[in-house]
Design a protein around this ligand. Structure first.
Ligand SMILES: [Zn+2]
Length: 140
């Protein structure tokens, strides 16, 4: 049995900008946050300058529980330069942030056990330059 992993930290680089930096700063503190419109309450991920519902640029960074549910996933065997790696890229629904979805990876799981609707919990994996990447594990 091969367990899915995250990409080695040195292979994952991010470039925060003023719109996304609060997400990454929170992740560095092992907190999962999502931007929520201060005017109408709509969550939005990925972070955008304006609310797609009401066009407000006011945002509140709301801390989430870290619970998530598999919306869609893939199983990837091999990556350029890493033929033995197995990845499970995933799109998750966030029950604390209705309407927002996050693209991530599920780690430390047999890929054949992943199902749509599976309950997950967030964890944080080191990436380049001292940042942490939100990833997900099967919830206990
Ligand atoms: Zn809004």
């Amino acid at each position: 049995m091969v367990l899915a992993t995250a990409l080695p930290s040195e292979h994952v680089h991010i470039t925060p900008n003023p719109i996304t930096e609060p997400f990454w700063a929170a992740a560095k503190e092992r907190r999962l946050v999502a931007p929520q419109c201060s005017a109408c309450g709509q969550f939005r991920l990925p972070p955008t300058p304006y609310c797609p519902e009401c066009s407000s640029n006011e945002v509140t960074w709301t801390e989430l529980s870290g619970r998530a549910e598999v919306y869609s996933f893939a199983v990837v065997h091999g990556f350029p330069g890493m033929p033995d790696v197995t990845l499970v890229p995933v799109v998750v629904d966030l029950p604390d942030a209705p309407g927002a979805r996050l693209v991530s990876n599920i780690i430390d799981i047999d890929p054949t056990e992943v199902t749509i609707g599976m309950q997950l919990s967030v964890d944080f994996h080191p990436i380049a330059d001292g940042w942490l990447l939100p990833v997900f594990r099967r919830a206990d």
